[in-house]
Design a protein around this ligand. Structure first.
Ligand code: DON
Length: 564
């Protein structure tokens, strides 16, 4: 029997039968919602077609992991700038039955033939663009491995049935939104350097809203993967096509690299913040450590006694970000290759010491570097009716990765090698600098900022969230958490609040068009850059309902909920 109340968030489309409407009204009349054991589920992603596919899987009885896999394959088709087979990412998942929280690191690895100075010329100067737009820019992709692993370990539906909707989308095509059409046009030059990318992602003139984007080769590749399993990608026909292409075009990514790709199951980094437990990714992401570090610093004051986004509030945020990003640059890297002082960085004592320094108006010392804008990565959040939750962020790095498609695969390759520090102190696409800890080494994973998050209240998932935006991911997610936990905002309210970002280096304060007088008072010697920050896709599980929201900072996203 269907019981419960309905809660419709502004962007949610609810899938209900007539019967459930009647039942809901009766319930509203006769019961308090807290007495009802609710069944709820939700999906929030960057693209409405992917959200619909995820919701269908949940409706048909699949769990959150099944839905996540279907969504990930769908985004590889309908959101080609970030969704991918040729990239990698992180899946943080919570299993209700065993009360376990697990993270899967299916991020790219440096090819076996990579080496520390591969992006430098003989004089030691970094060759601009080589780590972003060349055949050397790609790490060994992990997405296919990640999805198959999640399915085998935690899924309930045969993976071929989860890939099927994506095959259809790639084969028949889908209508481009205005945003997507313009975005493809913007990267025309990048696509034009590769034969297959040019064929698929450019038009003689340009793309327009409503144009149908068909990806035949990708459909065939997906069909082979659905039929032959992950081996297709790592040792089968697809692996051969990828490695042959790299060989013929002066690359180093080889069939051995694909054969030997290994994902890692990692303990998430968890910390406490006031009444809540916060879990996110461990290294090779910097997200979990930096986020917990900043929250630990902020725990030293009653933030909600300050006015939200006031001068005093933003100043303490900026100071905490400054310290955390300095430590990021200095200490963080792939923990299999470099010692990461995780315990220290996430300890309450260390945060208290930093807070004391902040009180004394002390800031860490700085040098100057440049920053360019990063555009793409994609996050999705999913919760099923059993209380399982998935928080997944994956990417090709910058928009459409390297723009290179190995012939006959339809797969855009990542440019994740740029997330290594090409040279200590030299900034990557996000202006992030690194040290020895993040230097290039064979099989190593570049440091990431991707931060899928699950916040727990009373031991149960409460907020599932994440964002794109390169180095700004951590601070976007931070401000979402503060808005919800400290200021009790709804997801929608939170997403409409302006955000700031500061990352120690470069000495720039990013802000979303705050008042001139306010930013003047915050900036001190910093340069100001007005920039839209990443869009967040969150789910909030409240006692009396479920909220899901796809941030409107970028169009085309969709959040759907069912509560019954
Ligand atoms: O892993 C990282 O931190 C970056 N490769 C993420 C790139 C990104 O978020 C791009 N933009 N939205």
């Amino acid at each position: 029997m269907v019981k419960g109340i309905l809660k419709i968030s502004q962007v949610s489309k609810i899938y209900i039968s007539k019967y459930s409407v009647i039942a809901s009204f009766l319930t509203l009349l006769f019961f308090s919602s807290s007495l009802i054991k609710a069944e709820s589920y939700a999906v929030a992603t960057r693209h409405h077609l992917a959200t619909n596919i995820g919701m269908k899987i949940l409706e048909d009885g699949g769990n959150a992991i099944d839905a996540a896999i279907a969504v990930a394959f769908a985004l590889a088709v309908v959101n080609p700038s970030a969704g991918n087979l040729g990239g990698g990412g992180f899946m943080l998942l919570h299993l209700a039955e065993t009360n376990e929280t697990i993270s899967i690191d299916y991020r790219e690895r440096a090819p076996i033939k990579s080496y520390e100075k591969m992006f430098q010329d003989k004089s030691g100067k970094v060759i601009k663009g080589l780590s972003l737009n060349s055949i050397l820019a790609s790490g060994v992709p992990g997405t296919v491995s990640g999805m198959f692993f999640a399915s085998e370990r935690y899924g309930t539906i045969e993976i071929k049935n989860l890939i099927k909707p994506s095959i259809e989308l790639a084969k028949k095509g889908f209508a481009l939104s205005d945003f997507q059409a313009k975005n493809l046009n913007r990267y025309k030059e990048k696509f034009s350097k590769n034969k297959e990318a040019k064929e698929i992602f450019t038009r003689p003139n340009e793309f327009f809203q409503g144009d149908i984007l068909v990806q035949t080769n990708l459909a065939v590749t997906l069909e082979r993967i659905a039929k032959n399993g992950k081996e297709e990608f790592y040792s089968g026909e697809t692996a051969k096509r990828i490695s042959n292409f790299f060989k013929e075009n002066g690359g180093i990514l080889s069939i051995e690299d694909l054969n030997q790709y290994k994902l890692r199951v990692l303990d998430p980094v968890c910390g406490s913040y006031r009444l809540y437990k916060i879990c996110s990714m461990a290294p090779p992401s910097s997200g979990g450590i930096a986020l917990i570090q900043i929250l630990n610093i902020l725990e030293n004051i009653d933030l909600n006694k300050l006015e939200h986004n006031s001068e005093k509030y933003l100043k303490i945020l900026i100071a905490a970000m400054d310290y955390a990003y300095k430590d990021r640059a200095e200490y963080l890297g792939d923990a299999d290759f470099t010692f990461v002082p995780q315990e220290l960085l996430t300890s309450k004592k260390y945060a208290e010491d930093i807070y004391q320094l902040i009180q004394k108006k002390k800031t860490p010392s700085k040098i100057n570097v440049n920053i360019t804008e990063g555009e793409e990565t994609t996050h999705f959040s999913i919760v099923d009716k059993w209380g399982n939750a998935v928080s997944n962020t994956y990417t090709l790095n910058t928009a459409y990765g390297s723009g290179i498609i190995p012939t006959g695969t339809g797969i855009l390759m990542n440019n994740e090698m740029d997330d290594f520090s090409s040279k200590p102190g030299y900034p990557n696409a996000y202006g992030l600098i690194g040290s020895e800890a993040n230097k290039i080494e064979p099989r190593k994973t570049p440091l990431s900022s991707m931060s899928p998050v699950i916040v727990f209240r009373d031991g149960k998932p409460y907020l599932i969230t994440g964002s794109p935006g390169g180095s700004t991911i951590i601070t976007s997610v931070l401000q979402e958490i503060l808005n919800i936990l400290d200021f009790k905002m709804s997801l929608e309210e939170s997403s409409r609040k302006k955000r700031i970002h500061f990352q120690h280096l470069p000495n720039i304060l990013f802000h979303e068009q705050f008042d001139d007088s306010l930013v003047e008072s915050l900036k001190k010697e910093k340069r100001l850059v007005n920039r839209k920050l990443g869009e967040i896709h969150s789910i909030l599980l409240k006692e009396d309902g479920i909220e899901a929201f796809s941030d409107e900072r970028r169009p085309d996203g969709k959040a759907s909920t069912v509560y019954k």
